[in-house]
Design a protein around this ligand. Structure first.
Ligand code: APR
Ligand code: ZN
Ligand code: ZN
Length: 366
């Protein structure tokens, strides 16, 4: 067991605190990782607000990269010294989803068996089974994905959640590729990642939609070919118009990614796609949200696919090393997602800045 500093949400709605926690030595199937960088994600704030569940205290942080320090006796996949990106999809290989070959839907993903605790022994709930706003964290060995160690930790770590969710929503769930048109509604970290992913695979046009002009500038820098300010312009009409100028006869985008998580933007996505196109919902709605007045005949008559994307349908072992390589080749600008590097004591201030619109990701560097 060792003691390290970490960011903990002790009570619902209260500011997070930096406290000392106990990290057990790794047991069978586990690894202790020395965290180098961890991005601040909306989900951390949701945990702090009690919006995910009530299992306080939470050890926050889950978009992280670091160096494996120690592994449990039976661990063979990673070894001390490996540079890894942490994931929250360590697949079990045995559930129904895994057995039928849909590993990205694994119903029984692995986390560490032992619990990290406060100094008084109170068990912590690690955010998404990771808990990486900490100098060191205990995870399941399968949550450690080895990637090229020459990558900058602050950039590589972002693949652990939001950036992977966005890229994967486009290229895994939406099957975006060259020759396909894409529209992305909502250009925060996730939406901009969907745009970067679409650019990476050669899609065109790539239409960014947001109600915030600053977000549209960022979207353009990250590969959007067109931008639509939907506080000023009807996005459905505008997406159809742009697609028709590129592809004769097009009546919308082949794939529309919804990266806000609201009924009205999902409806825009639904009507902005071409016949037999695909809608990908990667934004996370709240339980009270509903889609009223959607004629079933429109669902039938427009054909295609209405999909949701959990974690970008990623397989960390397949996607993280590939995306890190593309980053190192200069083909995927992960650095552009790192708006600022902050200290472990600055997480609460970073939560405040999330709403300001200037920050894609604040990243705690340790
Ligand atoms: N129309 C268009 N864009 C909108 C609208 C709207 N009605 N409402 C909000 N937006 C934009 C915001 O201006 C912002 O740019 O959506 C973006 C949301 O971005 P962030 O708040 O930074 O969130 P992000 O981290 O990108 O996550 C987006 O995906 O994984 C989920 O939980 C996450 O639901 C969230 C979504
Ligand atoms: Zn499984
Ligand atoms: Zn996240």
């Amino acid at each position: 067991m060792q003691q390290v500093k970490a960011v903990v949400a002790l009570e619902r709605g209260k500011p997070v605190e930096v406290v000392t926690i106990n990290v057990p030595d790794p047991g069978p199937g586990e690894a202790v990782v020395k965290v180098q960088a961890c991005g601040v994600c909306h989900t951390d704030l949701h945990y702090r607000e009690g919006g995910i569940n009530d299992d306080f205290p939470f050890l926050l942080g889950h978009e992280a990269a670091g160096i494996v320090e120690a592994v449990g006796p039976d661990v063979t996949g990673v070894a001390p010294g490996d540079f890894v990106v942490l994931n929250w999809r360590a697949v079990c290989g045995e559930c129904r989803a895994c057995k039928r070959g849909d590993l990205q839907y694994c119903f029984n993903t692995h986390n560490a068996t032992q619990r990290m605790t406060l100094e008084d022994g109170t068990e912590l709930s690690p955010a998404l089974g990771i808990g990486a706003f900490a100098e060191k964290t205990l995870v399941a060995a399968g949550q450690c994905t080895k990637v090229d160690p020459s990558a900058r930790p602050a950039a590589a770590g972002l693949l652990g959640c939001g950036v992977m969710a966005g890229i994967g929503a486009a290229i895994n769930t939406g099957a975006v590729r060259r020759g396909r048109s894409v529209a992305v509604i909502g250009c925060g970290g996730v939406g901009v990642a969907a745009i970067a992913g679409s650019a990476l695979v050669g899609a065109s046009p790539i239409i960014a939609v947001d109600i915030d002009a600053k977000k549209l500038e960022t979207a353009r820098r990250m590969g959007a070919t067109h931008t639509v300010d939907s506080s000023q312009t009807d996005p459905v009409e505008e997406i159809k118009r742009i697609c028709a100028t590129v592809y004769d006869g097009a009546d919308g985008a082949d794939v529309v990614v919804e990266a806000v998580g609201r009924p009205e933007t999902w409806k825009q996505a639904f009507y902005a796609r071409d016949l037999a196109g695909t809608v990908v919902l990667v934004g996370v709605p709240t339980p009270d949200m509903k889609i009223p007045d959607l004629p079933l005949i429109d669902v039938f008559g427009r054909g295609g696919a209405l999909k949701s994307s959990w974690y970008g349908d990623c397989l960390p072992s397949r996607d993280f090393p590939m995306l890190v390589d593309l980053y190192l080749q200069g083909r995927l600008d992960l650095d552009a997602f790192v708006s600022e590097e902050i200290g472990i004591g600055d997480v609460e201030a970073a939560f405040e800045r999330m709403h300001g619109g200037d920050v894609l990701r604040s990243v705690v560097v340790l």
